[in-house]
Design a protein around this ligand. Structure first.
Ligand code: 5GP
Ligand code: ZN
Length: 142
């Protein structure tokens, strides 16, 4: 676990260090995948970087490489036709554990009984308004 930053008080860092148990699905040098203990669907699991970072933007790029392949491998192996990959950042955005994590959440049916329910408050913006926002975001990326 060289170059892996951990935080003593973090529940997911404790899982990484084996200080608390988990149902481990996959492990590489930089990620761990395990079952979620509060699943919202059968097969709900998590992929986390071992490196402690609170939000995605805090995670060093060299700790990201294994995350998407792990999620894809789990999705292929699990074989659910429909599923969501979810990554929450901040309390208003439903983040409860302050260590970056990606949810793999099967969506077995269209109703809200199992799996992710998503509110989608589409904003009614004109093309001019979208262009203005685009220029703002693009400017920050340059
Ligand atoms: P968030 O709302 O932060 O995106 O999701 C945190 C997830 O972590 C929840 O789905 C919750 O059930 C799960 N979780 C919280 N504590 C533990 C734990 O100690 N072990 C495991 N395996 N999952 C946990
Ligand atoms: Zn942590």
């Amino acid at each position: 676990m060289s170059n892996i930053k951990t935080l003593a008080s973090c529940i997911f860092c404790k899982i990484v260090k084996g200080e608390i148990p988990s149902f481990k699905l996959m492990e590489t040098d930089s990620i761990l995948a395990f079952m979620d203990i509060g699943p919202i669907a059968r097969g709900h699991c998590l992929v986390i970087p071992k490196y402690h970072a609170e939000k995605l933007a805090d995670l060093p790029e060299d700790q990201m490489a294994d995350i998407l392949p792990a999620l894809a491998k789990i999705a292929k192996a699990a074989g659910n036709e429909d599923y969501n990959i979810l990554q929450n950042n901040g309390r208003p955005a439903h983040q409860q554990v302050d260590h970056v994590h990606f949810h793999y959440i099967p969506k077995p049916s269209a109703d809200d009984k199992e799996g992710l329910g998503v509110g989608w408050p589409a904003q009614n913006l004109s093309m001019d308004e979208i262009k203005k926002i685009y220029e703002e975001v693009k400017g920050k990326l340059e």
